[in-house]
Design a binder for this molecule. Structure first.
Ligand SMILES: [Zn+2]
Length: 421
């Protein structure tokens, strides 16, 4: 079979009826993605094994497998050897049947672009310098990067199925518009449209914190926790909410702005116009300001040796790891305010787990432990008091992989492909 496969030319054509970037149109779409995901983790499996594991009827599995084989994404690879009587045929994911692109924009001066196969294995990646954070400059940089990656891998452009983008800011995932991203200077930027025009493949965009939450749900140590809150603590504070195994975006896409929960009445002013927001108290700049005040007041700390006004969070994290008293007091202070917001989130949403990550990564374990202790003494129910608070188990490369996974998820939730003979 020499069919060449290609997803529809525009993701926009797929919008109708879609609730959010990770939403599936139907149970069948979801099951198609589940079968592909299963084959990603279990390289060879029989139809019966897959049906049993995913609790699908044999008829449903046979139909989905047939559809995926027709499209070339799954192939038959012989039979099991040691079964008496019947020899079930094994199925395998054809990882090279198509490729997806992951794009991550964590920094202002560069973006990270990776090429992944259908098993979500990285083929190659590169960091591309950004001339500016203007959407057209970003599209040009991603296009240039992709050109280089295709040359490096020997792949052809028509082997690309889709791209997933991890974007800062508030993202309307259903349209791929970045409603607001202060650090990029963006307001209502139609990022998906701009990138689709430049790359000529369907593009799916979601907020970086949402994608981190999705990454924890799909690939983290606590994968499968279908009621999960991921809190990113770094330059700002944000959360990704997974409920019923789906990302929760809210009506406008801005759900999860936990940084703007008020945790101190009449506290310091926040960029949102309120006072005492969590972010105004524990953002990196707020923490550094607090440490500077303590140092100016004569607090003893190894951080005294840092250049005046040039203290960075990495030095603080390093000092925490060496047991510096002031740095630990700063961590305690972050835990104090963070636990107040987390307590409210737990009372409101009843998650099964809260995961902390972001730039706080190297001390996320210590922070999580402190928050958990504080939560243990408050909460309406035993379940609320005992809600686990844990550090992220995913590395810093996670956003790129999850961006690619977002694209894969979409590819396999698309019921109709253009099949070119
Ligand atoms: Zn605020």
């Amino acid at each position: 079979m020499s069919r060449r496969l290609r997803a529809p030319a525009s993701a926009s054509a797929l919008d109708e009826g879609r609730g959010g970037a990770e939403g599936f149109r139907s149970t069948r779409d979801l099951n198609r993605f589940r079968v592909v995901s299963f084959l990603r983790e279990h390289p060879r499996a029989s139809r019966v094994e897959i049906a049993n594991e995913l609790q699908l009827s044999t008829a449903t599995l046979t139909h989905i497998a047939g559809e995926l084989m027709e499209l070339g994404y799954v192939c038959e690879v012989g039979t099991t050897q040691s079964v008496r009587g019947r020899h079930p045929i094994l199925l395998e994911l054809n990882r090279a049947a198509g490729y997806v692109v992951g794009v991550e924009m964590e920094h202002l001066d560069c973006c990270n672009v990776g090429l992944f196969d259908l098993g979500c294995e990285l083929v190659c990646q590169r960091e591309q310098h950004l001339r500016s954070t203007g959407p057209q400059d970003i599209a040009a940089a991603v296009g240039e990067s992709l050109h280089g990656l295709l040359a490096e891998s020997g792949l052809a452009r028509d082997q690309l199925l889709a791209a997933g983008v991890s974007s800062p800011g508030v993202v309307a995932a259903d349209t791929g518009t970045v409603v607001r991203a202060a650090k990029m200077g963006w307001h209502d930027v139609p990022l998906r449209r701009v990138l689709e025009a430049a790359l000529d493949i369907p593009v799916f965009v979601d907020n970086e914190t949402n994608l981190s939450a999705l990454g924890e749900y799909r690939y983290g140590r606590y994968r499968g926790s279908s009621e999960l809150i991921y809190i990113d603590v770094g330059p700002g504070v944000g959360a990704g909410l997974i409920f019923g195994g789906q990302l929760f975006h809210g009506a406008s896409g801005s759900a999860g702005e936990v940084g703007h929960m008020v945790v101190q009445a009449d506290g310091p002013p926040c960029i949102c116009g309120a006072r005492g927001c969590l972010e105004a108290l524990i953002s990196q700049s707020a923490t550094l300001r607090w440490i500077d005040e303590q140092l100016a007041g004569g607090a003893a700390s190894a951080l005294q040796r840092e250049p005046r006004g040039g203290l960075g969070m990495q030095a603080v994290y390093d000092a925490i790891n060496t047991g510096d008293a002031l740095a630990l007091a700063a961590l305690e202070r972050i835990a104090f305010y963070l636990s107040q917001a987390t307590s409210s989130l737990i009372n409101l949403l009843s998650p099964s787990i809260v995961i902390l990550g972001g730039e706080v990564g190297t001390v996320a374990g210590q922070l999580a432990a402190r928050v958990a202790v504080r939560l243990g003494s408050v909460g309406l129910t035993e379940a609320a008091r005992m809600t686990p608070v844990v550090p992220t188990s995913l590395g810093r490369a996670a956003p790129l992989i999850v961006a690619a996974s977002l694209a894969l998820e979409q590819v396999f939730s698309i019921p109709v492909f253009n099949i070119r003979s």
